[in-house]
Write a protein that binds this ligand. Structure first.
Ligand code: ADP
Ligand code: ADP
Ligand code: ZN
Ligand code: ZN
Length: 832
């Protein structure tokens, strides 16, 4: 392969020069990064790559941008400057991260890429509106109004808002652009039909025995209907006449009842038809402004009967181009949409061309960008929360490709995540394209191909946390490969990591039959037990649909006896000797921002009890609870134990500043007087795992739990770091450590999603050892993975494909890595 090798010029204008960087674990380092080039920052997990790329370069870029906004000076004082001496040559900085955070459920691939905006303009320019009743194109009448020539129905004029479900005029009139309606589900009203209404058969009326029969107005109605129909409310609900039960739910039509109820403390009498519980609940639900109103438990979601989930008003739904309606285009996979747009371009008349050519070009450019980043199988209507972290990052990346801005500094976080080796070159080409437009591109990455394609490599290390934070090597690929000090260099020049030898031939299986979720083609899949099994395939082939969409619900059903409403498989066999399963995905750990690695794996309780046992704690009368920053006893009252206070800025995400009361320690002063080996509890929370192991070397229980965090590749995590700040990969490895520290059942199933995310090849060796330990202990592992080292070291591979989206969803190959290597049908095999 040919590589362009670029040596950075010694001119400050062409370089980003960082001096004296000390953020987090960085050891006062100097770094020079060539501008308008592709630089990879690499190193073991926790070595300080993000501290350099995101916490220093990006953070400073953001701060300087703020500097240019009016009124921003004061805010800027409040935002801490990253810890460095000087940075020269920094241009405006854009970070494209993996972290999903909370995604707006209304944002879609179409809105994120801007393609939807342009399609709307296209429909305004050349769309042909049709009458929803007669199906014929509407025409301008003598008053220049859009009118159906057959039935005379009026059509509103088309503007971009007409095609926007988030705009008032564009939203479906029935569902307001939500695509669903809430209706009362009468099944939820009766909770136990074996009871009588008086004894609480319905949650709606509750228990009535012993209560005044005129409590509220609905109750008066209930008694009046019962009296009229001569029904004994003492009988079980299920034994009451159907006619009565229907009347309680749906009312009695026009028949007028006279009943009593209590209003404002006074008994009142009213004459009116009985409305029934359903309409009453419906009305309360409609009138309620609050999001968690008590009626919600009686409601179910139904697809909007008007727009059938297309969200748009009828004008938008009945306007076509080449016979296609906008909602049809947004449901097309991107590669099909590309064909459609190209066809359209051929067929346009000169008049249409003049109206639409520019918009069409914009649409084409943006589609090409999506294809470039390997997402041909996505549709514009896919919502952001349903995309994986990698997919979301690539969608964002693609939208940057369309940007006209140049001279920016882009910082990307492991863009290879979620990509099959086959698709890496597409991503790399994309990044190079961004560079060639005149931007500086900095990529935090472990992937070998990306490094081989980089102009410059910065190797951070040598270890993690306090054992890292130095620049081990920096230079071109060739220079790094020749550097004997750089572990990355050795990896680049000879590659293979050592694989465990003791692989296993599977002999027991569990089987899922008739899987049809998302793109799965009614397939039967067998999963080996007591082995390490990898699920492979190109992005969008159906790996998640099989594992997260099918296997996990199936296990939930048989092991946790969870009700499964509409399952996407026919049958499930061979699970009988499984005692439990754990899904270790990349979702955040800990519910609150107060969760830390120490609290999460349960080591903090022991640490607190160590502090409570110190003599000074006795003198001050402090107990274990005082050493919890989450307690009123010990936590700082100003920041409530957070150590930070949130400040909201316009135009910017919320930013945190150090609490002025406790100076970030999280604790009240007295608590900090208690020391263990010279360290306060706040000092301990600022330590990383490897430091804490040394401090508590005499306390076996603490060392045991912390060592597991070390083993899973997290020796650099600070005990008190909020778990909300962890990357997806880190969160997953923390879950693994917690799982290993708990009492394990006999046969556990572990399900992992790209566990190598964020891991350098040295970390991967460690992780493989843990996987082997788990298999040796009799457990079963299922790992969705693209990393060829992990796949090659597994016992069994289930290769899904052959392609993404509708062209996937089949089992292409299964077997040991050796067998897959020799299987010509398997794309994965070629890369092993
Ligand atoms: P990498 O990106 O190489 O995996 P990081 O730069 O994230 O490593 O972390 C390097 C060190 O800095 C680790 O010891 C980590 O715990 C610490 N660190 C990272 N972020 C923070 C933070 N926000 N506050 C304190 N320490 C941090
Ligand atoms: P993989 O995990 O192999 O990348 P997925 O199982 O995520 O693949 O996707 C398989 C197919 O199912 C793709 O066409 C994808 O767009 C589609 N898909 C995945 N999740 C959803 C969802 N929540 N809604 C609709 N389609 C989905
Ligand atoms: Zn609707
Ligand atoms: Zn405080």
């Amino acid at each position: 392969k040919e590589r362009t090798v670029v040596t950075p010029v010694k001119d400050n204008n062409h370089q980003l020069v960082l001096k004296g960087c000390r953020q987090n674990n960085l050891k006062n380092v100097n770094v020079t990064i060539p501008k308008e080039k592709l630089t990879v920052i690499t190193g073991v997990s926790g070595s300080g790559k993000s501290s350099l790329a995101f916490d220093t370069i990006y953070a400073e870029g953001k701060r300087r941008y703020l500097d240019n906004m009016s009124n921003a000076a004061k805010m800027q004082e409040q935002i801490e400057k990253p810890d460095f001496d000087t940075i020269q040559g920094l241009t405006p900085t854009i970070a494209i991260e993996q972290k999903k955070g909370s995604q707006n459920p209304r944002s879609t691939v179409g809105t994120l890429t801007g393609i939807l905006d342009h399609l709307r303009m296209l429909y305004v320019a050349i769309g042909i509106p049709h009458c929803p009743y007669c199906g014929v194109p509407v025409q301008k009448d003598s008053k220049s109004k859009n009118r159906c020539p057959v039935c005379g129905s009026l059509f509103q004029g088309l503007t971009a808002s007409t095609f926007n479900a988030n705009a008032h005029v564009g939203a479906c009139h029935t569902c307001n652009g939500l695509g669903i309606l809430y209706e009362v589900n009468p099944d939820t009203i009766v909770v136990n039909g074996d009871l009588s209404v008086l004894d609480g058969a319905t949650s709606y009326f509750g228990k009535l025995r012993g209560k005044k029969p005129t409590g509220n107005w609905m109750l008066g109605e209930l008694y009046a209907i019962a009296a009229d129909m001569n029904v004994d409310l003492d009988l079980p609900w299920n034994d009451l006449p159907n006619e009565f039960r229907q009347a309680v739910f749906y009312g009695t039509g026009d028949k007028i009842y006279s009943f009593k109820y209590n209003s404002g403390g006074r008994d009142t009498e009213i004459n009116r038809p009985a409305a029934g519980a359903v309409s009453h609940i419906q009305r309360l639900f409609r009138e309620s402004k609050s999001n968690d109103n008590p009626q919600k438990e009686y409601m179910r979601e139904i697809p909007c009967p008007t727009c059938h989930g297309e969200l748009l008003c009828y004008e938008a739904r009945y306007t076509t181009i080449m016979g296609y309606r906008l909602p049809e285009l947004t449901k097309m996979p991107i590669d099909k949409l590309w064909n459609w747009v190209c066809n359209l371009q051929e067929l346009l008349s000169d008049n249409q061309k003049s109206k639409a050519e520019e918009v069409l070009l914009e649409i084409q450019n943006r589609i090409v960008n999506l294809l470039q980043v390997g997402l041909p199988y996505l549709t514009l209507s896919r919502t952001a929360p349903t995309l994986s972290g990698g997919e979301l990052q690539r969608v964002r990346l693609s939208s940057q490709l369309g940007s006209e801005l140049i001279g920016l500094t882009y910082i990307l976080d492991e863009p290879s995540i979620g990509l099959h080796p086959r698709d890496h070159h597409l991503m790399i080409d994309t990044i190079k394209h961004l560079r060639d437009k005149g931007n500086t591109v900095i990529v935090v990455e472990h992937d070998k191909d990306t490094m081989l394609n980089a102009d410059y490599i910065v190797d951070v290390g040598p270890g993690a946390g306090t054992f890292g934070g130095e620049i081990v090597a920096a230079g071109t690929v060739n220079e790094i490969m020749k550097n004997t000090l750089s572990a990355t260099g050795r990896f680049l020049s000879n590659s293979k990591i050592c694989e465990p030898e003791n692989t296993i031939n599977p002999h027991k299986w569990m089987t899922l039959n008739g899987c049809t979720g998302n793109n799965l083609k009614n397939i039967n899949v067998r999963f080996p037990l007591h082995t390490m099994c990898c699920i492979t395939g190109v992005s969008g082939s159906g790996k998640s649909s099989l594992i997260f969409g099918t296997l996990i619900p199936a296990l939930n059903k048989v092991i946790n006896h969870q009700r499964c409403i509409d399952s996407s498989y026919l049958s499930f066999e061979g699970y009988e000797d499984i005692d439990g399963f754990v899904q270790m995905d990349q979702s955040p750990v800990g519910k609150s921002s107060r969760s830390t690695p120490a609290t999460y794996i349960g080591v903090f309780d022991t640490i607190r009890s160590v502090f409570a046992k110190q003599p000074r704690a006795y003198e001050l009368g402090l107990s274990e609870s005082h050493f919890s920053f989450n307690s009123k006893d010990g936590g700082c009252p100003v920041c409530e134990g957070q150590g930070q206070i949130k400040v909201a800025f316009q135009y910017m995400a919320d930013t945190y500043v150090t609490c002025p009361e406790c100076k970030g320690s999280r604790y009240q002063e007295g608590v900090l007087e208690v020391l263990y080996k010279g360290k306060s509890i706040a000092d301990v929370l600022h330590m990383d795992v490897s430091e804490a192991i040394l401090l508590f070397e005499d306390v076996k229980e603490i060392v045991q739990k912390l060592s597991l965090m070390d083993e899973v590749g997290l020796p650099y995590l600070k005990l008190g770091q909020s778990t909300a700040t962890l990357s997806g990969g880190e969160a997953q490895r923390l879950k693994l450590a917690k799982e290993l520290s708990g009492k394990q059942k006999r046969h556990m199933v572990y399900i992992l999603d790209e566990p190598t995310t964020g891991l350098h090849f040295q970390d991967i060796e460690k992780l493989l050892l843990i996987f082997r330990k788990l298999v040796d202990a009799g457990h079963s592992l299922y790992i969705i993975e693209h990393n060829t080292e992990i796949i090659g070291a597994s016992d069994w591979i289930i290769d899904i494909g052959p392609e993404g989206g509708n062209a996937g969803g089949q089992v292409v190959a299964e077997g040991s890595p050796e067998k897959i290597k020799r299987n010509p049908a398997s794309v994965t095999g070629k890369y092993l």
